[in-house]
Design a protein around this ligand. Structure first.
Ligand SMILES: Cc1ncc(C[n+]2csc(CCOP(=O)(O)OP(=O)(O)O)c2C)c(N)n1
Ligand SMILES: [Mg+2]
Length: 822
């Protein structure tokens, strides 16, 4: 809580009542004749056309999935197709007033939204813009395909391009919008403002908020719409996204033009089912979804239910809601009531609903009803609508013919280029800043009190006689991280940092002390206790074009951001066909002293996930250099820090930690102590225990150990380790992660594979025990200790004369523990 907001007991303890306002439900009731004042006949007919394009496109997919045939074209599509037949008015109404500056994010059921938003963009953009967009998408690859034999105008060509790009993506063709790497549930096209759709229910619920944050912080035009399902209201990321978007600080603490709500609209495409579970009456308790808005903030999120079976009602609602958002009154919640006739997926037998129900909705079908109203009002004739429908069938036939032709639309050639997908996992970019404009800061860097304080510190831990300076005098690991971060804040205007206690508190472990004075709220702020949304919004912020540092206070809380860390952050660069960049650094502090839920080292969990760079520096020099490298890059980085060593000084780098900018290359291990008899590869803070062990090995047993600090887990260059093992013939790998299934095992295994002939004995892994982490007083029985390393060497690699082992590393105990699962 910032000090300038006084919590007055006399005020907050007063008796009072909360009264909720009313939430409109299906209030729109204008006849189309009245709407003719606001819409041209051409526009009203275009709404019909757009709805029917979606209907035909989705019906085609339904035919393909259920009969392997559409209009005489045979095709087997083995992948998913969650269709939105019935939901067309909701999609077209949503997109009508959105421009290309307005971004939509969606779900597994978003083909209709992609097409609606694309068609709306095509209508709004001029020919030059459209050509430029189509030409620049993967060098005009899809344009070349659709323009062959095309005779229409540019807008018609663009519609072909939209249908083809989407369908080729659904069919996993390299010529699709995302090179076929996204597919049906993840297809998107950013030039039309269509941002990623998400196969994880509710996945867009926090990512979209990050994109809205990007727009606000970087003063970009437009709003962001999260199109998510009614059942996603039960998902943590959605609720966390809403909490994040509704934070009071946007109004109460952010200043000047930054003051005001986020431009985010949570649009629940409420088809009243989550697969087969009925949300109203069965799986949720909200009765009418819009009600949820009432509890979120005093604005009740401007919540409203709108009849998603009437495109004009949805258009009207979006017009009003967009205005609110542009006037900084977000967030907004819209409950867009709709219905899907198609099953959840084509294999759905609809066992959960009656035929009467489906028939009743078919009876009031939006396309049929809207078409009738056009005819009744004399806006269109039956024949005209019939013509439109015929033409649309032609468009869809063209799109599918091109998409299923292997010569025109091949799949990615992995046989010809086995590393193609691998080459897309990381962008490996280097950028000082994500946008070129002046940075906003509250004071010159040199006047910052922390910067001045650090200037007086000793940048090497020892004096010239080798005596350590006092802890307070030493430049610490936390100072290294701070220096890299504040330097980037003064370089990259888009950089923001947030997490729990990031502002006034100074960061949970004093890494950010000094940043509050330097930065306005719009660059550094406290987030709600929503680890999912902290990471999820960072993803949206990065994907929209900004650079961001999000912080997870304890590694153990990563579980709360599981989906974001495992499913979202690592995947979007590759799933976009490398169109999206992800300059997102997640700082994760590995605890100690606080027991089982605050001391776990989960490096192995994230190292397992393809698409994340994983770093774990253990010295101030490496911490600063690696943070600099992480912040210069354009890839997602999980940056581990150990609470055991935040205050450690620089003991290795000759001359101490440089004052200026430098990078430690990501992926390069570092020899911290040279030796000839055994190699010890360390991850994180175990470096210091290995150094202790090396001293004992040297002094007591005359064995010289080479200590290699991994520094990075992913990527990782094994060469220095292999070279070392070729020299020593022996390897111990150690880290604080519990041993079973750890990345330490991976490292040992890889070295064995490559350097088998040079090894005297199999490498030994000395990780933590496969237990809960016990209390601080017992911690040394859990985490690897210096003597564990020596005991393991003695028992498994080479007997050390006269050594009395305290820990058992013999076969019997290892097999027994495994049998017991501990
Ligand atoms: C986290 C997660 N849980 C479950 C699923 C499986 N699943 C896919 S769609 C769906 C129903 C989602 O319902 P809703 O959000 O209302 O969207 P709708 O399918 O109705 O469009 C479920 C349970 C999933 N993809 N992700
Ligand atoms: Mg639903």
């Amino acid at each position: 809580m910032p000090k300038n907001q006084f919590i007055n007991p006399a005020e907050v303890r007063k008796p009072a009542q909360i009264s909720f306002g009313t939430i409109p439900v299906n209030q729109y009731n204008k006849p189309i004749t009245e709407e003719r004042e606001h819409f041209s006949d051409e526009a009203l007919i275009r709404i019909y056309r757009d709805m029917f394009i979606i209907r035909e496109f989705e019906s085609m997919l339904h035919e393909i999935k259920t009969k392997n045939e559409y209009q005489g074209i045979s095709y087997n599509h083995p992948g998913p197709a969650h269709l939105s037949i019935g939901q067309e008015a909701a999609a077209v109404g949503m997109a009508y007033h959105l421009t290309v500056d307005d971004y939509i994010f969606g779900s597994h059921r978003s083909h209709g939204e992609i097409l609606a938003k694309g068609l709306s963009a095509i209508h709004q953009l001029d020919d030059t813009q459209l050509i430029q967009i189509m030409e620049s998408h993967f060098g005009g690859q899809a344009l070349r395909i659709v323009e062959k034999g095309a005779s229409g105008n540019v807008k018609e060509l663009a519609v072909d391009f939209l249908l083809y790009g989407t369908l080729a993506e659904i069919f996993a063709r390299e010529t699709g919008f995302n090179k076929g790497l996204g597919g049906s549930m993840h297809a998107f096209f950013t030039p039309f403002g269509v941002y990623p759709n998400n196969a994880i229910v509710g996945g867009s619920g926090d990512i979209s908020v990050g994109a809205a944050l990007y727009k606000k912080v970087n003063r970009k035009p437009g709003i962001v719409v999260a199109n998510i399902g009614d059942a996603s209201m039960g998902c943590g990321p959605v609720w966390e996204g809403i909490s994040f978007a509704a934070m009071d600080q946007f109004r109460a603490l952010w200043e000047g033009e930054y003051q005001g709500g986020l431009p985010i609209l949570f649009n629940f495409m409420n088809n009243q089912y989550g697969m087969g579970g009925q949300t109203q009456g069965e799986t949720m308790g909200y009765d009418i979804l819009a009600r949820v808005g009432a509890g979120v903030n005093p604005d009740m999120m401007h919540a409203e239910r709108v009849d998603g079976y009437n495109p004009l009602a949805v258009i009207d609602a979006f017009k009003r809601k967009k205005e609110l958002l542009i006037n900084k009154q977000g967030p907004v919640l819209l409950d867009t009531l709709t219905y899907r006739y198609s099953g959840h997926s084509p294999s759905d037998a609809s066992s959960y609903r009656s035929k009467e129900e489906v028939d009743a909705w078919l009876e009031v079908d939006s396309i049929k009803g809207y078409g009738e109203s056009l005819v009744e009002a004399g806006i269109a004739s039956e024949d005209m609508l019939d013509d439109i429908r015929q033409q649309i069938v032609g468009l869809v036939v063209k799109a599918i013919k091109l998409s299923v032709d292997d010569n025109v639309s091949p799949h990615m050639d992995i046989t010809g280029n086995p590393e193609l997908i691998g080459s897309m996992m990381f962008s490996n970019g280097s950028a000082d800043k994500m946008e070129d404009r002046p940075v906003e800061a509250l004071m010159p860097l040199q006047e910052n009190p922390r910067v001045q304080q650090i200037a007086k510190k000793e940048r090497f831990a020892f004096d010239k006689d080798g005596k350590p300076f006092s802890k307070l005098k030493q430049y610490q690991l936390r100072d290294g991280i701070f220096e890299a971060i504040i330097d980037r804040f003064y370089k990259d205007p888009t950089l923001v940092a947030y997490g729990e206690e990031n502002r006034d508190w100074g960061g949970a472990f004093a890494v950010y002390r000094g940043l509050t004075e330097a930065l306005p709220y719009n660059r550094l702020f406290n987030a709600p206790i929503s680890e999912g949304a902290i990471v999820g919004t960072a993803i949206g912020y990065g994907m929209a074009g900004g650079r961001v540092i999000a912080e997870i206070m304890y590694c153990d809380f990563l579980g709360r951001a599981g989906d974001e860390v495992f499913n979202q952050l690592p995947k979007w660069q590759a799933m976009s066909g490398n169109i999206i960049k992800m300059p997102v650094v997640i700082r994760v502090s590995v605890g100690s002293k606080y027991g089982a839920q605050h001391s776990q080292d989960w490096t192995s969990l994230v190292a397992h996930i393809p698409g994340l760079k994983v770093l774990f520096p253990a010295t101030p020099y490496d911490a600063k250099g690696l943070m600099n490298a992480a912040l210069q890059g354009t890839d997602p980085v999980i940056f581990f820090e150990s609470q055991r060593i935040y205050d450690i000084g620089e003991q290795f780098h000759e001359g101490g930690v440089p004052e200026g900018y430098y990078e430690v290359p990501i992926g390069e291990p570092d020899i911290k102590r040279a030796g000839n008899d055994i190699t010890i590869l360390t991850v994180g803070a175990t470096l210091y225990r290995a150094m202790e062990a090396a001293e004992i090995l040297q002094n007591t047993y005359g064995m010289s150990a080479e200590i290699i600090d991994a520094r990075s887990l992913v990527p990782f260059n094994y060469q220095p380790v292999i070279d070392s093992v070729k020299k020593t013939g022996r390897l111990v790998v150690t880290g604080d992660a519990n041993t079973r299934g750890s990345f330490l095992n991976d490292m040992a295994r890889t070295v064995t594979d490559i350097a088998f002939d040079h090894l005297d004995a199999p490498p030994v892994v000395v990780g933590a025990r496969n237990w809960i982490v016990p209390a601080h007083e017992l911690e040394n029985y859990y985490f690897p200790q210096a003597h564990w390393l020596i005991d393991a060497i003695h028992q498994r690699i080479v007997p050390l004369p006269g050594h009395q082992a305290k820990e058992d590393y013999n076969d019997k105990i290892m097999l027994q523990r495994s049998k017991d699962g501990v």
